[in-house]
Design a protein around this ligand. Structure first.
Ligand code: ZN
Ligand code: ZN
Length: 130
């Protein structure tokens, strides 16, 4: 591969324009190869954008996870209240609280799934380099 500016052997490919660049044309931006004097800013912007979107995905998936934990605890409390009459041997039987508890368990599961799906998407994106 030849440098797109000079008739000499290229040593890298620019991360922004994907042109071959030689040692003289190469500029390293945080360890990423870029064309000197033309693509440095673009690569910096690209990196900033990528790290920002990674952070926001992490934040959202954490929200999902916290939601999952919150729903799980609520579900547990309601469920215990709901089946308490059965445990204590009173005649009320299972109350509506047990049903509410199950609903919270489902909410917890849905939140957990949502967070997981986000993370999987993000990993798949990183693999394809989008
Ligand atoms: Zn370039
Ligand atoms: Zn060159």
């Amino acid at each position: 591969m030849q440098c797109h500016n000079h008739e000499i052997q290229a040593v890298a490919t620019c991360k922004n324009c994907y042109k071959a660049i030689c040692r003289d044309c190469l500029s390293l931006v945080n360890g990423i190869c870029a064309c000197k004097n033309s693509c440095e800013q673009a690569v910096t912007d690209l990196e900033e954008y990528l790290s920002l979107s990674k952070q926001s995905i992490k934040k959202i998936s954490n929200t999902y996870k916290n939601g999952a934990i919150f729903n799980f605890i609520c579900g547990l409390v309601f469920f215990i209240i709901g089946i308490a009459p059965v445990i204590t041997g009173s005649n009320y039987g299972v109350t509506i609280f047990a049903v509410l508890g199950l609903a919270f368990f489902y909410g917890s599961y849905a939140s957990y799934k949502g967070g997981k799906r986000l993370e999987t998407n993000e990993k798949a994106q990183r693999r394809t380099g989008v």
